[in-house]
Design a protein around this ligand. Structure first.
Ligand SMILES: C[S@@+](CC[C@H](N)C(=O)[O-])C[C@H]1O[C@@H](n2cnc3c(N)ncnc32)[C@H](O)[C@@H]1O
Length: 334
């Protein structure tokens, strides 16, 4: 199958950007789905930041912030100068500021490369960070995670790579190890890879964390984007935001996970005029938030060690909060 086409459907006449092809594939497939990155644009990033920093029940942001406050100097002290700080899925970089400040205190100057599809957001955030932090140079990269990493492959400085907010857990679970291997291939043994991961927890706190507060992001922004990108007439009031929790999958290497989807509340047809197609939904039919089963994986320490072993990393250090329900893990390439 060449670029510009999906099975049984010709996209060449639709004037669709190549990066939207997986979205079209997901819409017309038997198991309807969006790639996990689709909901993330500048608007999505703004909605996320507001909910994540203020919610009483989605406490991931606060738990990671508190851990970083305690550990940022220790993390910074692992690095030597010059080290480029790279952040995948940086968004508002509202926790990263702690590491930036700690590294600047240590080294005096620093280059920070935020990588995010929300390009306008990271450009604006980068300017603010530069204004507030003398000695800091920000080089935003607007694009997908792996494109950002490849973009940096020719840089000779050491790297401290950050992947915060448990965003790695949103990567399709069948692709997580391959993504880690690809990242490993772009790093050297002098680099560090700090990842924040949400740990396994009881279903009640998960149901509170993933409740309807996420409708503006996962239903409204998703449907807004689909209508905008493909000139659609999808009616958000005819879809419900739903999540399920799958605890302890049979394969012990695989973390528990939250599944997220929109569910059609009626039998309906949606026209996407730009694509020249009608997508039919039966009542109760789902459109998943990811190509894989997981919307968000929830880890234990065994699984984190296995992830490292299977992808060419070792766990150099890790820190959990008092409740042991959030982990910052520092991987090093082996
Ligand atoms: C859950 S938010 C986390 C934001 C921030 N790192 C934090 O910890 O609060 C995920 C961020 O990753 C970005 N993002 C999601 N998928 C992406 C992808 N495949 N490539 C690049 N950026 C992506 C989104 O735009 C968003 O800013």
């Amino acid at each position: 199958m060449g670029a510009g086409s999906v099975v049984g459907f010709d996209l060449t006449s639709c004037n669709i950007a190549l990066d939207l092809i997986p979205v079209v594939e997901g819409l017309i497939s038997k198991r309807k789905r969006n790639p996990f990155w689709y909901v993330w644009d500048d608007k999505g990033s703004e909605i996320f930041e507001k909910i994540a920093t203020t919610s009483a029940t989605y406490t991931l942001w606060k738990r990671e912030f508190t851990l970083l406050q305690r550990k940022c100097n220790e993390i910074a002290s692992k690095t030597t100068s010059p080290t480029i700080l790279v952040e995948l899925g940086s968004g508002a970089s509202s926790k990263t500021r702690l590491i930036i400040e700690a590294m600047l205190k240590q080294h005096g100057s620093l280059t920070f490369v935020p990588v995010d599809i929300a390009k306008d957001t990271i450009t604006k955030v980068g300017k603010e960070l530069e204004q507030n932090n003398p000695g800091l140079t920000v080089e935003p990269f607007g694009g997908l995670f792996m494109d950002g990493i490849r973009h940096l492959s020719s840089r000779e400085e050491n790297k401290m790579l950050l992947f915060l907010g448990s965003s790695f857990s949103n990567v399709c679970m069948y692709e997580q190890v391959d993504m880690m291997k690809e990242i490993r291939a772009q790093l050297t043994t002098k680099d560090f890879f700090l990842m924040g991961l949400d740990m396994d927890k009881n279903p009640t706190s998960l149901s509170e964390a993933y409740n309807n507060q996420w409708v503006p992001l996962h239903r409204d922004n998703r449907i807004y984007r689909l209508n905008k990108d493909f000139d659609g007439n999808m009616d958000k009031t005819k879809f419900e935001y739903v999540y399920d929790f799958v605890e302890k999958p049979a394969d012990g290497d695989v973390p528990s996970y939250v599944v997220g989807y929109l569910q059609s509340s009626v039998t309906q047809s949606v026209n996407f005029r730009k694509l020249g197609i009608t997508v039919d939904f039966e009542s109760g039919e789902k459109i998943y938030f990811s190509d894989g089963p997981n919307h968000s994986s929830k880890w234990n320490m065994y699984q984190i060690h296995r992830l490292a072993e299977r992808s060419g990393f070792a766990v150099n250090d890790y820190w959990t909060n008092e409740a042991s329900d959030y982990c910052l893990v520092c991987f090093v390439p082996v």
